[in-house]
Design a protein around this ligand. Structure first.
Ligand SMILES: [Zn+2]
Length: 746
């Protein structure tokens, strides 16, 4: 199959089977390449739509797609979801009884499977390999390919042997996929899996729908409770804690406060763990309080928040753990509380460990990078992406430091006082003690040591105790203060770094921790439930129906429909099967299977509440939504090979000659919205940069971008919610241009 045929059939499969109108990012290229018989290495963030990259080529090519996956839970999940789409999918792993295994093997040999998921240790048995010899294989997909890396956390020795696939079946295309970003791992995958000649597809690791927030730790459980009550009262989420005990305490605490929360850690029996995980997957709004043992292999798309009550170990860990939120592309929160004690604890853990010096240095370096993220006054997303080598991105407008910029102040004098106080009290005490000395609070202990008579006693009344703690935290994070590991965690001076500051030779800037407790500005409505009561009633009705449909079949609700689809139903209110087919998520099988049930719910709701006066126009039929691959006579605006019609081209020339949108509109006697629509087409075709199309500041562009990203990822036609969220401040045409730029940037 050549690349062009592959591309147009791929689009058809996408819309007919999966029910989506268009591809995201590099999906289309990857699918074309693999369907055409090429090898590929795909690096894509979680939630970027990796599985379609092998599922569609497997459907386009003859034979069965063999998917190697190390995670049993994930296999089962994927197979359930594929069956919902009417596909012939199965898995082979240790959870199947022997006769079930034989059945799957028979179906493979009979050519009755589109996709077969298999664990690596099973794949590598001689028995299975010779079975494959007798079957027709469409492709090999190697999921979680970073498991091949001996330096990674997820190393699986069997993965190293997967190069046998290429030796034994040299003409079968292979596609290796991972969400691990760093280049040493990538190189290791290429070498070990013999993918030297594979095409590499590297996506941006940005997860724009995740809002990053790092708040100062005060009373973490109460802070968590407030966060949940205000922003996620009914949502599924994960709360990460450092210790097993803390996961249980936190789950109890949340349960006592009315949240369905369950603990998960390696110390629980495997039955309990399995039960809790199943409840999390199959229920709605269940919260798991877990150590890092939880998450690998969890493919639940509607996790609306990931909260950290303790610092993760590194930026990689933070990115990976927070990445479990919002896989469906709808808004999600990554929320972390962080304080001085976290820094002290982690520093001590590393320095106390038995590991060799080199390992400790690496770990300390990673911790410092993470502290840099916590203490930054820059956009958090920029710091994250910088860390993964994606430099030069714009401030995101969707993290706490963008939404509530952090104030900095000249902290030289304050730092001098804080450091002197450590010195005067002989470098033996923790921050609580030091703060009391600075504030002149002579408790019994301070008097006993005679520290009510040192020169730093009472010299710090300009700051509150909380503010002094923040100063100490920042100085520890910046490496000016060391933690005494041998003793009891007392703070000590790192002389080399402190001297210039104590001598007044170097200035230090400190951040003023925003008082986020009282900052209501950054809150937003719980998502994705609609705020309007009538729409919300319909949303709940549809969710209830989805629950029934799912439990009848014993599958998680999200494999029946994702939230984004329900959200579109609420927005567009389709009235018949044709209209329903235009909603994303409805392929042929789901239309057949669930169409009547959902239309009945929509009708019943309308009978009760009436039909809303304003309903946006339905998205066009799916195959027409995409560009060139399926251009039909309906696409009148498109002419010739350039992809731009004459009228659009005229607008483009005028804009290039420096005319403003209003001028062009006047001159051509067209509406400004029409001109903007032309410009959006030009951006789409790569003929025009967004900045040349709209006269907006970065901040404004980011604001619009953010509003657009709140629209379900799979209903790109829906501008209305974004338009309203921006209070109608920007023309629909402007939104169209920004959206076009977002799509081309992908
Ligand atoms: Zn930001």
């Amino acid at each position: 199959m050549d690349a062009t045929t592959a591309a147009s059939s791929a689009l058809e499969v996408l819309s007919r089977t999966f029910g989506f109108p268009n591809f995201r990012g590099a999906q289309e290229q990857i699918i074309g390449h693999v369907a055409g018989g090429g090898d590929a290495l795909v690096l894509m963030p979680t939630g970027g739509g990796k599985s379609l990259c092998y599922q569609i080529p497997a459907l386009l090519r003859d034979g069965t797609g063999i998917v190697v996956s190390p995670l049993i839970a994930l296999m089962q999940d994927q197979v359930q979801a594929l069956r919902q789409l009417g596909l012939r999918a199965a898995f082979l792993n240790s959870t199947l009884a022997l006769d079930e295994q034989r059945q799957v093997e028979q179906r493979l040999l009979a050519g009755e499977l589109d996709l077969l998921y298999v664990a690596p240790e099973r794949l590598l048995t001689e028995r299975f390999l010779s079975l494959l010899d007798q079957a027709q294989i469409a492709l090999f997909a190697i999921d979680e390919a970073h498991c091949v890396s001996q330096w990674g956390h997820d190393f699986r020795p069997e993965y190293v042997q997967l190069n046998i696939l290429h030796e034994r079946w040299p003409t079968v295309p292979r596609i290796a996929l991972t969400a691990t970003a760093d280049s040493p791992t990538r190189n290791e995958i290429v070498t070990r899996l013999d993918l030297g000649r594979a095409e590499q597809f590297v996506s941006s690791f940005d997860r724009p729908n995740i809002r990053y927030r790092i708040v100062e730790k005060q009373n973490p459980r109460q802070q968590l409770l407030r966060f949940l009550r205000e922003e996620h009262p009914n949502d599924a989420g994960i709360v990460y804690c450092l210790s097993r005990r803390r996961t249980e305490e936190t789950a109890d605490f949340l349960a006592a406060n009315g949240f369905p929360a369950l603990p998960y850690h390696a110390g629980l029996s495997s039955e309990v763990r399995r039960a809790h995980q199943a409840e999390f997957l199959n229920g709605e709004g269940v919260i798991i309080c877990a150590t890092i043992a939880f998450g690998m292999g969890i493919d639940k798309p509607d996790v609306r928040f990931v909260a950290h009550l303790d610092l993760p170990k590194s930026i990689e860990a933070y990115y990976q753990e927070t990445g479990r939120a919002g896989r469906d592309g709808l808004p999600a929160d990554a929320w972390l509380t962080y304080g001085l004690n976290d820094v002290v604890t982690l520093r001590r853990l590393i320095e106390d460990s038995e590991a060799d010096e080199r390992f400790k240095r690496v770990e300390l370096h990673k911790l410092n990078a993470l502290l840099g993220l916590c203490e930054t006054t820059r956009c958090r997303r920029q710091v994250l992406l910088d860390y993964f080598g994606e430099t030069g991105t714009d401030a995101c407008g969707n993290c706490d430091t963008c939404l509530t910029p952090v104030e900095c102040y000249d902290g030289t004098v304050v730092a001098q006082k804080a450091l002197s106080c450590i010195y005067r009290t002989e470098q033996r005490f923790g921050a609580g003690y030091l703060v009391n000395v600075l504030l002149g609070k002579a408790d019994a202990r301070i008097r006993r040591f005679g520290h009510d008579r040192v020169s730093t006693f009472g010299i710090g009344t300009e700051l509150s105790a909380e503010q002094w703690k923040s100063v100490y935290r920042q100085l520890v994070a910046a490496g000016l203060i060391k933690v005494d590991v041998e003793g009891h965690g007392g703070l000590q001076l790192n002389w080399e770094r402190c001297r210039p500051i104590l001598r007044g030779e170097q200035r230090i800037d400190l951040r003023r921790d925003p008082d986020r407790k009282h900052n209501r500005g950054e809150r937003r409505e719980p998502t994705p439930a609609p705020a309007d009561p009538e729409a919300n009633a319909l949303w709940e009705r549809l969710r209830a129906r989805r629950r029934t449909l799912a439990s009848e079949q014993g599958v998680p609700p999200y494999t029946v429909f994702q939230d984004a689809t329900l959200r579109e139903l609420v927005t567009y209110r389709p009235r018949n099967r044709d209209e329903l087919g235009r909603i994303s998520g409805f392929g042929v099988a789901k239309l057949q299977r669930y169409g009547e049930a959902l239309l009945a719910e929509l009708q019943a709701h309308e009978a009760e509440h009436g039909r809303p006066a304003q309903i946006p126009e339905l998205p066009p039929e799916k195959l027409r939504r995409q560009g060139t691959a399926s251009a039909t006579p309906a696409d009148k605006g498109r002419v010739g090979q350039s992809g731009l019609s004459d009228t659009v081209r005229t607008t483009l020339q005028l804009v290039r000659s420096g005319a403003s949108v209003d001028e062009i509109a006047r001159r051509r006697e067209l509406k400004p919205t029409t001109i903007y629509t032309h410009l959006a087409r030009c951006i789409d075709e790569g003929e025009l940069a967004l900045r040349d199309a709209v006269a907006l500041s970065d901040y404004e562009i980011n604001t619009i971008r953010y509003a657009l990203e709140q629209v379900p990822a799979d209903s790109p036609m829906a501008l209305k919610p974004a338009y309203e969220a921006l209070n109608g401040e920007y023309d629909y045409g402007v939104l169209r241009c920004v959206r076009a730029a977002m799509e081309t940037a992908n």
